[in-house]
Design a protein around this ligand. Structure first.
Ligand SMILES: [Zn+2]
Length: 162
């Protein structure tokens, strides 16, 4: 028997003011678009904004439904739009923010497990990492160099060929 260990590093910035101009711009847009999310049940409004390899910007918000499983997260909403609108382009950076009407929204939150799997598929499909910028409507910002770091021992298309 042996033990394996998985760990990764990510950057923590005190505020949006410490980011590069490009990253700050994406985060600011993701904060702004939280206002257009449809989250009447959770009151947890999420906005995602991505910079693509072709220079385009694509946005997504969470869309809830009275039949709860029908709802979709902002990240997967964005991934679907990107694939439909710009199938030849891939995502370079995605900023994700949220506004919790029942909370302070001042600490970063990470994508849910299902979105991590979807982000991984995009990385594999285009063979390119997706940099994540995570933050609430204020406060600290996490920058993770590739989304797949959030999903160790992941299941991918490679496993279907084993
Ligand atoms: Zn999700």
């Amino acid at each position: 028997m042996k033990k394996e260990q998985y760990s990764f590093q990510f950057e923590v910035f005190d505020s949006i003011n410490d980011l590069s101009k490009e990253d700050a711009n994406l985060l600011q847009q993701s904060r702004a678009i939280t206002k257009t999310a449809y989250a009447p049940y959770s009151n947890f409004f999420v906005g995602a904004v991505a910079l693509l390899s072709n220079g385009e910007i694509v946005k997504g918000t969470n869309q809830e439904n009275a039949s709860f499983p029908v709802g979709i997260c902002a990240e997967r909403s964005l991934l679907s739009s990107t694939a439909a609108l710009f199938p030849a382009a891939h995502i370079l950076t995605m900023a994700i923010s949220y506004q919790n009407k029942n909370g302070k929204s001042n600490t970063p939150v990470s994508p849910c497990g299902m979105c991590r799997q979807a982000l991984l598929e995009h990385e594999k499909r285009y063979d390119h990492p997706i940099k994540l910028i995570l933050s609430g409507t204020e406060g600290e910002v996490y920058v993770i160099e590739r989304s797949s770091l959030l999903l160790p021992l992941s299941f991918t298309g490679d496993d279907l060929r084993k």
